[in-house]
Design a protein around this ligand. Structure first.
Ligand code: CP
Ligand code: NVA
Length: 309
């Protein structure tokens, strides 16, 4: 049994399979053809933080695959009344086939997985957001690559990360190490990526820049995220000040390659981490990224439950 708790849980070869499968599943969906390999399977979703995209993409995706979904939050389950995560895992995993969790510390999802009889998927933790990077990389492949050989277009490319050294940044670093690309990271001081937390083996696939402009020079992809992630709201005021120079604007996009794409996992705050000109401009692929959560996670759920089809 496999879990998907962080990006490094899968190999390069498994990603090659997943991206090809995502393309197949997406094409079927666009042609209104049924694809229901998960008939009679049930997904439980546990949200300890808010969500729009993750909720809709997993729920719609599981129904489209022929299965059904149970949704739990802290306010409507015993998790909010201090039932241990280990007991919750033992109980829920006797009743469903697959679990997706959005929670705070990575330790919480790891404890859940240790006591689960069924595969567990990370729908975002403080440390990682692997499902988002899965969709983002598929989006890059769709725009710049070849569905038959999905990983080729990622070799040696430069991804510029501008902003917080957060769950998204950590996951980009893991993906770079596994799939062979480079990340140029620029964060304000005090918000750097921590290599240990990011769970990467070496600094070989990323380079740190103080100046976000330098980080974006020659980049194939420029990406950012909110200045204040969920769970860090108390720091909002300090972050607004610290991040003021880490806004993706046209000046930053101009020094990237002319073919560079712009990505943002959303939700976005126009005028904070990105200007409206960039996120609503011609290089932005943010709506494709959001849509591809659906297709990529359908491939992921199929793989975790049925293996390679
Ligand atoms: N990008 C993302 O995970 O969005 P939600 O918080 O809306 O799920
Ligand atoms: N880094 C953000 C991503 C939201 C999808 C957060 O954790 O809130």
């Amino acid at each position: 049994m496999k879990h998907y708790l962080q990006f490094s849980d899968f190999t390069r070869d498994e990603y090659d399979h997943l991206f090809q499968r995502t393309a197949f599943i997406k094409a079927r969906f666009k042609a209104y053809e049924k694809h229901q390999p998960l008939t009679d399977r049930t997904l439980a979703m546990i949200f300890e933080k808010a969500s729009t995209r993750t909720r809709v993409s997993f729920e719609a995706g599981m129904y489209q695959l022929g299965g059904s979904v149970v949704n739990l939050t802290n306010s409507d389950s015993q998790l909010g009344r201090s039932e241990p995560i280990e007991d919750t895992a033992r109980v829920i995993s006797r009743m469903v086939d697959l679990v997706m969790i959005r929670t705070f510390g990575q330790d919480r999802i790891e404890r859940f997985a240790q006591h689960s009889r069924v595969p567990v998927i990370n729908g975002l933790t403080n440390e990682f957001h692997p499902c988002q990077i899965l969709a983002d990389l598929f989006t890059y492949i769709e725009h710049r690559g070849d569905a038959q050989r999905p990983l080729d277009c990622l070799q040696g490319i430069t991804v510029a990360w501008v902003g917080d050294g957060n769950n998204m940044a950590n996951t980009w670093l893991q993906a770079a190490e596994i799939l062979g690309f480079h990340v140029h990271v620029s964060t304000p001081s005090g918000y750097e990526v921590d290599q240990r937390v990011a769970g990467i083996r070496s600094p070989a696939h990323h380079r740190v820049f103080q100046d976000p402009l330098q980080a974006c020079e020659g980049a194939d992809l420029v990406t950012t995220d909110v200045w204040t992630s969920m769970g860090y709201e108390a720091e909002n005021e300090a972050r607004l000040k610290a991040f003021a120079q880490w806004r993706v604007d046209e000046r930053l996009m101009k020094v990237a390659k002319p073919t560079a794409l712009f990505m943002h996992c959303l939700p976005a705050h126009r005028g904070e981490e990105v200007t409206a000109e960039v996120i609503d401009g011609p290089q932005s692929v943010v709506w494709d990224e959001a849509e591809n959560r659906l297709h990529a996670q359908k491939a992921l759920m199929e793989y975790l439950l049925l293996g390679r089809l």
